[in-house]
Design a protein around this ligand. Structure first.
Ligand code: HEM
Length: 402
């Protein structure tokens, strides 16, 4: 581990296993000021407080200065919901929250058939060889969110390319500061085109419903907020679930003693919850919090206007809150993990995440009960966790499809 404040320490947070450096920070400098001036929080209680006390810890509410280089990531994410404060945040969240949940509920049968449809070629490949599960892990949530929004499935490659360029652009470390501005501009233009099409010919999808709401009352949902909502849902809608699914598959294979939880719908949710706690799919919130005035956290004085980043992955391993936090232990029945954030910006897609992760992991176990690792999986490092490759095979015992 590097010296605190050195490049090495920050790089350690980007390692395959950032948890030793999180532990070290939590014990020695739980409120840690990076060289970049951003503050990292690694204790559960501090993270929870910052996420829930919105009157003291604001969202940036517009472009925030980038910590690494010249503010490249801020314009990309400054318009999405998680970067907003009231009244804009309240307006956007109110406009979409209920209809999002309803559309997801209505589309469950479609999502279920999609899951079977995507699983079929994987089962076929595994009859004779090795399959990389990252393709399935990405395709399932991507096609689902595109369907819920009403984006044509034929555009999936285009959307994937843009989201891949946009997604990992923000974070407290210079390494995370990538320029997604061009891709964001292209995604916005693409979504504006789709909005115009829905305006002319509405369909039974979430986008048409939001367009109707905008037409009926533009003050309640202005056009730029409508497009920002769609942008946020497209960008947030699948890479994080894909990371969760990848981690879920790896843990299900590594822990057959716990994979039995997937046989039962209630315990399957506990399994998913523990996957999300054990290795948070996103290690930081999409946007920092900004103290409205000088505040003291963990004995450290943080000036008003500073960037404060709760490290969700570190909070989820805090031994003050979770017993033996480095153990994967579904059904532990302790405090809520912070993988979905907390407070007013709590993840809007959380129920969709439980639905998709539990559905796919359960079906994998039903159809491929003898799944094994073909090679060690390759960990993705940085803000987005998960794996870049999860090569699996079936053991000789049972290659007959069920
Ligand atoms: C495993 C998958 C996911 C994880 C780990 C995750 C994580 C998070 C986190 C940590 C936040 C809090 C942001 C903050 O406090 O600043 C958040 C907010 C949000 N998430 Fe998710 N998310 C996931 C999937 C999704 C999906 C599938 C959608 C929608 C399709 C979604 C939509 C959103 C939106 C719109 C917000 C902003 C809410 C607001 O500001 O009011 N997320 N998510």
């Amino acid at each position: 581990m590097g010296t605190i404040g050195s490049t090495d320490t920050l790089t350690d947070m980007h390692a395959d296993d950032p948890y030793p450096v999180y532990e070290w920070l939590r014990e020695t400098e739980p409120v840690y000021r990076c060289r970049t001036g951003a503050y990292l929080l690694t204790r559960y209680t501090d993270c929870r407080r910052v996420l829930s006390e919105r009157e003291y810890f604001l969202a940036p509410g517009g472009p925030w200065p980038s910590v690494g280089t010249a503010g490249r990531c801020a314009p990309v994410l400054s318009r999405v919901m998680s970067a907003q404060n009231p009244p804009r945040h309240t307006r956007m969240r109110t406009a979409v929250a209920r209809s999002f949940v309803e559309h997801v509920r209505r589309q469950q049968p479609w999502v279920s058939s999609l899951c079977d449809h995507l699983l079929e070629p994987v089962v076929e490949t595994l009859r004779y060889g090795v399959a990389d599960m990252t393709t399935l892990a990405e395709a399932f949530p991507r096609d689902t969110i595109m369907h819920v929004l009403g984006l044509p499935q034929g555009d999936r490659e285009h959307v994937s390319t843009l989201v891949t360029d946009i997604f990992p652009t923000s974070g407290p470390l210079p390494e995370q500061d990538r320029d997604g501005t061009v891709a964001m501009r292209q995604l916005t233009a693409y979504l504006q085109g789709e909005v115009a099409r829905r305006r002319r010919a509405p369909r039974d999808d979430l986008m048409s419903e939001l367009v109707r709401a905008h037409t009926a009352c533009p003050e309640a949902l202005p056009h730029d907020e409508l497009v920002s909502i769609l942008t946020g849902l497209t960008v947030a809608g699948y890479p994080q679930i894909a990371a969760g699914i990848e981690t879920g598959i790896v843990l299900m294979i590594r822990h057959p003693e716990w994979a039995v939880f997937l046989d039962d719908p209630v315990r399957a949710r506990m399994f998913v919850d523990e996957v999300l706690r054990y290795d948070a799919p996103v290690q930081f919130t999409p946007a920092p919090r900004i103290p409205a005035r000088t505040v003291v956290l963990g004995g450290v004085t943080i000036p008003a206007g500073a960037q404060v980043w709760p490290v969700l992955g570190a909070a989820n391993r805090d031994p003050g809150v979770f017993t033996r936090p480095d153990e994967f232990w579904p059904g532990r029945g302790e405090a809520r993990h912070l993988s979905f954030g907390g407070g007013a910006h709590y993840c809007l897609g959380a129920e969709l995440v439980y639905l998709e992760m539990a559905m796919l992991l359960r079906r994998l176990r039903q159809r491929l009960p003898d799944l094994a690792q073909a090679r060690p999986p390759a960990q993705r490092v940085g803000r987005l966790r998960g794996f870049t490759s999860v090569a699996v095979m079936r053991t000789e015992a049972d290659r007959h499809d069920r």
